[in-house]
Design a protein around this ligand. Sequence first.
Ligand code: MIC
Ligand code: SF4
Length: 641
Amino acid sequence: MGRNVAQKILKEHLVEGRLVPGKEIAIRIDQTLTQDATGTMAYLQFEAMGIPRVRTKLSVSYVDHNTLQTGFENADDHRFLQSVAAKYGIYFSRPGNGICHQVHLERFGVPGETLLGSDSHTPTGGGLGMLAIGAGGLDVAVAMGGGAFHLVMPEIVNVNLTGQLGPWVSAKDVILELLRILTVKGGVGKIIEYGGEGVATLSVPQRATITNMGAELGATTSLFPSDRVTRKYLRWQQREACWRRVEASKTAAYDERVEINLSELEPLTAQPHSPDNVCKVRDIEGMEVSQIAIGSCTNSSLADLETVAAILRGRKVHPNVSLVISPGSRQVFEMIARSGALADLISSGARILESSCGPCIGMGQAPPTEGVSIRTFNRNFKGRTGTPSGQVYLTSPEVAAASAIEGKMTDPRRLGESPQIRLPRRALVDDGMIIPPAEDGSDVEVIRGPNIRPCPINTELPESIRGEVLLKVGDNITTDHIMPAGAKILPLRSNIPEISKHVFSGVDPTFSQRAQEKGGGVIVGGGNYGQGSSREHAALAPMHLGVKAVIAKAFARIHKANLVNFGIVPLTFVREEDYDGIQQGDVMEIPDLRDALSRRGNQVAVRNLTKDRTFAAAIELTAREADIILAGGLLNYTRLH
Ligand code: MIC
Ligand code: SF4
């Protein structure tokens, strides 16, 4: 039987294991990317490994998250990252050059190669036919050192696209439809591979919008084949030389199949507070809106912004709406400036922000109290904007622009004929904001500000664990709940003792203090615990507070890997009723846990000393993961092996 696209790339990069779903494999990583919010820790970890130069084909360090410099911290981080990049052989994309995923797609992505990025939206590169995976910073540091990336071989889902998008319907609607069908946990343990005759009708940036938001399905990654459209895009970027065809064999098999007819789609939106809470825009038309934000790694390509400009041309933003626009990259920004589209946007009353993540990660532009904010982004988790009562609706740029004019949620099909945009024959290529590394980095000095503190390291797993349930939470807890971001907390990413004070602060402001007073403990979670971002701070900071284990109904992939990497034991309930029987404050004991992990046991008995009850918890770990936890995390494990 022939192979699908994912299998072909995995096969070429396989260094351990067999491509059997559920079995552990290890793959060689060609490229890595980091961004500043996860990058400082990743590079501190890389430095600790004592390797003089990265061993990948290409590594890029981006600055795009922490660009609001309200104190010295972020600026110091930027300097640290720039000096580390120069020293260790990493390209450095300066603040202002754009969002990592967008810039990587434009300037670096290569069809058929592997990319590991310390950001959950790394699968954006799947739009180019790349196998691009998001991971914790420590996994990326290991890959930079030439180490393989370990993962459990996912199942491969074929999304068969037929037909063609109609007027005013966009790539965003494709992925919102898939989120509606599969939900935020539907992609866990899966790779989403797009195929079918509809693929050829989608441009690379459209494909990238779709693979980007595959992160919200919980998928390991998403990807499109590399075909003629990919070649054309790379030619446009003056990078045709790196194109190669990567397509599924005619006889390729898949573990699951989903059908989407592009012709049948209509404008959709994800309602508060989950990307899978999808409905038709026309079903909630007329809802008053106070803010509209266009940008993010999902929807700020040149075509997106030219379309928005064409809709707004000669019109004014509604007086009750604040419209903010952040172009995804400096390339896009400069191109809309040269085409005149930027003038149309400014003239309509839009507020133009720099090319960065900005409002998407709560770096400014928090909406008003209870304000409705329409965003072309990928996440609408409660409080992520910085306004706890904010109501975020995720839509396409077309819906956002139409709603900006009307001041209400608007189905853009009301505006009549859809705008026809024309893109220049060549992209404006200028890599002047990407600094290549020093040829010989040995005498480059790494510059460290006072907020940059060493990465804490866990100790070996003790024989038994005992501790209080510090917090019990429900399903779909995101890493934004566990370790919030935003303008106030993000600057602390390089300082674990400080950032730890904010763990779970939006859920229970007393958490951090209680954890410290009790000398740590256990967290009890529901299904899909830790969905969302790749931030390893959601494991590292709880570890610093003494959290020893998380017992949940099920985990999201990246967060589970991060827990393992820092020596926190992830356990799952064997019987869901056992979750119901636990209360916050109960004292739990897990005797002989070390022994169970060493024996490769698949279950362990957990004693609830307060309720005088014992229940079984499953150990769903590969042998390597069990060893990492026994060693007290990946850094210790790497030293031992
Ligand atoms: C996000 O969108 O939540 C982030 C900020 O890009 C994160 C990374 C981080 O927390 O630094 C992600 O998606 O991985
Ligand atoms: Fe940045 Fe938002 Fe994309 Fe995360 S999702 S990388 S914060 S733009």
